[in-house]
Design a protein around this ligand. Structure first.
Ligand code: PMV
Length: 320
């Protein structure tokens, strides 16, 4: 048996602007997807054991036929990514078991982590030589193909390399210290494709307004790097608040997200808070004052969000 795991992620700064070439900064978090592979002569099966704290179980064969069905849409989506990897590598006669503690459809990089962990586990099991750079590139190709979308390489790069990634002309790994953030999830699933299309449409209607907003967001992403390096957390919080305002300006904020953001900054006394990822639903992140994560969690929970602490800068893909 071969097993691999890969982390989820949060985008710290630069979502949407990155689609138009501005820099974005993201980081790997301590929630992981795990994939194990064992021989299964004469068959190829995919078992999805549990996703984003929701249990489900079913398997499909490598042609995409359902062998046994347990439940949720989320597990069907995960199986689609895994079977795309199976096809890309031309693998058969294996059982692939997937489990994950990354909430799905929340902008926390669940699908990228599954694709990266599957590529790593399968390639090692089959003796196919793939270094982490190749895993990142192949995972991005597969994720984009399944999503039929624009998709930046941020999620797959973070799942593969871990740590922090600054995406601008290319993928740059940045060496920065870890932070404790509080993630707050609304119960509204987010649709990255639809949000990106809406923002790009707004940009083509009002380029003279949206272009400077994207430029400002790019400046924030770059300014954040030395702030994290020097642990200037007050300033980092301010940058989060400005970035959230600019995301609101381009229409990807929602009432639910803003309620969590204001709860975190107010009763939660966070240094800063912003939505993370495509918006329209999904999650926000808050930077708690030292030693007050629980206070921030309580404030977000009281505003009807599901809140938990994540550590940033975690390890990328590992094979056991
Ligand atoms: O929703 P997420 O976390 O997958 O993030 C999407 C980020 C965007 O900048 C909106 C799109 C992208 O591909 O970078």
């Amino acid at each position: 048996m071969t097993a691999a795991s890969a982390p989820g992620k949060v985008i710290l700064f630069g979502e949407h602007a990155v689609v138009s070439g501005a820099p974005a900064l993201g980081t790997a978090i301590d929630l992981r997807a795990r994939v194990s592979v064992e021989d299964l002569p004469g068959k190829t099966e995919i078992d999805i054991q549990g996703l984003g704290l929701r249990l489900s179980g079913f398997s499909i064969d490598s042609d995409g036929r359902v062998v046994s069905l347990g439940s949720s849409e989320e597990s069907v989506a995960a199986a689609r990514y895994v079977s795309a990897v199976v096809r890309a590598l031309g693998v058969r006669d294996v059982r692939i078991s997937v489990s994950s503690d990354i909430p799905v459809a929340s902008g926390l990089g669940s699908s990228a982590a599954i694709v990266v962990a599957t590529l790593a586990a399968l390639s090692r099991h089959m003796g196919i030589d793939m270094d982490v750079r190749r895993i990142a590139a192949e995972a991005h190709r597969i994720e984009k193909m399944v999503q039929r979308g624009l998709g930046s390489p941020m999620d797959t790069a973070l799942a593969a390399y871990g740590g922090y990634v600054l995406l601008s002309d290319g993928i740059a790994q940045v060496d920065l210290p870890p932070l404790d953030l509080v993630v707050g999830c609304t119960s509204v699933p987010h649709d990255t494709r639809a949000e990106v299309a809406r923002v790009q449409e707004l940009k083509s209607r009002y380029p003279e307004i949206v272009d400077p907003i994207f430029k400002a967001i790019g400046v924030i992403s770059r300014k954040a790097v030395p702030c994290i390096k020097n642990m200037e957390l007050e300033e980092l919080g301010t940058l989060m608040n400005i970035n959230h305002g600019l995301l609101e300006a381009i229409g990807v904020g929602t009432r639910e997200l803003s309620e969590l953001v204001y709860a975190a900054r107010g009763a939660g006394s966070a240094l800063g808070a912003k939505l993370t990822g495509a918006g329209g639903g999904g999650c926000m992140i808050a930077l708690p004052r030292e030693g007050t994560s629980q206070k921030t969690i309580t404030a977000i929970s009281q505003a009807r969000g599901r809140a938990f602490v994540v550590r940033t800068g975690c390890d990328g893909v590992t094979v056991e």
